[in-house]
Design a binder for this molecule. Sequence first.
Ligand SMILES: [Zn+2]
Length: 246
Amino acid sequence: MHYLDSHIHLQDYKTQEVKNVVNNAAKSFVTRFINLSSHPNDWNNVKNLTSAYPQIIPAFGVHPWYITDISNDWKEKLEDLLNKTEQAMVGECGIDRLKNSDTAIQTDILQVHINLANKYNRPLIIHSVKANREFEKLFSILPERTVFHSFTGSVEWGKELQKHGFFIGINFSILRKKNADEILRNLSFKRVLLETDGPYQNNISGEETLPQNLPYLAAEIAKTAGIPFDEFSDILSRNQQEFLGE
Ligand SMILES: [Zn+2]
């Protein structure tokens, strides 16, 4: 089993060098990464990391927390990056009503990302917090390969996303949920991807999350869901391939 960390911000590590993060992950069979940018200021870093490490797939976008300080030409720059980087994905983008109740601007910016993902046939990586209703309206225009990252929501919402063919990204935060076993026992693993969201969403308080912990996450999820690990890892391998378009 080779793992894909489907959501990480490698440029944001403070206590580790990227080289060590990537090399230690490889020892745990975590051999590919989707590396997310959050702001145009990240784009160059993310691009450079991709040139240095072939196992890193870049994603370019503007996170909903950072939409207020972007220059007017961000759309052109984003499109240019997608044009020049064949394997690049689109994200991190989305709507976060917990952070900002004004959804109009967030939706406008998200729409640009959706249009570009569709135009260039690239996967889309979504940050969605308290925005189920907003996303329901967008279901029909989201690309087939859309992942809703950091899923901790209700089983009902998870099933709704899966019914529409979207992917769900799960990280350590789901295991901290009081009803984690109820969620994981009732959720189908079709189209589920694993992620660390490193260096964020730490599983050990106060420390940066490392992708080398992904096999541990996989084992914990299978155990909590009550399914054999082999069965879970088969499904996961298939899901990873589907999302990467392999
Ligand atoms: Zn993220």
